[in-house]
Structure formats: C-alpha cells, structure tokens
Design a protein around this ligand. Structure first.
Ligand SMILES: [Zn+2]
Length: 82
C-alpha cells in the first residue's frame, strides 16, 4: 500500500478535475475542467485537444504532461501546494 501523500497520477488527475482550484496555478476553475482558463489557453492546441481524452484513454498522463508544459514553457507561476 502506498502512503496517502503518494498519490498516483490517476488519483491526482481525478482530484484536480473534481476540484475548483487549478492544479497548476491555484486559481479558481470550473469543476470538470482540467485547468483555469489562463492555464488552459497557455497550452498548445494539440495538448488542449488531448485533455478531452477519457481516463480510460490515458487522460492522467496527458494531464501530467500538460502540467509539466505549464511549469516549463510558460510564465504562469505554479501554486505552492500543501
Ligand atoms: Zn491555472
């Protein structure tokens, strides 16, 4: 069993999707949207389209890739998460 703080990619992606807080910058977002509008539109079009992939199709990995992109390729600061 993994420790509670050691969530899998799928758990993180699922929690963030159900949250009203953007998983990258910490701003408010709509539930069931991957990111807030600012982060979402900072992504390249191809990646944005891939975020409509269902969980069964590998959404968690795509979501993780999008977060890495936001962190490395944009100026949007990442929120410090507890
Ligand atoms: Zn954001």
């Amino acid at each position: 069993m993994s420790a509670p703080h050691n969530k899998s990619l799928t758990e993180i992606a699922w929690d963030d999707l159900a949250s009203e807080i953007c998983g990258h910058c910490g701003r408010k977002k709509q539930k069931r949207q991957s990111f807030c509008r600012r982060c979402y539109f900072a992504l390249p079009e191809g990646l944005r389209r891939q975020l409509y992939t269902p969980f069964s199709g590998g959404y968690a990995e795509i979501y993780d890739e999008a977060k890495t992109y936001l962190q490395c390729e944009t100026d949007i600061p990442r929120a410090v998460r507890a």
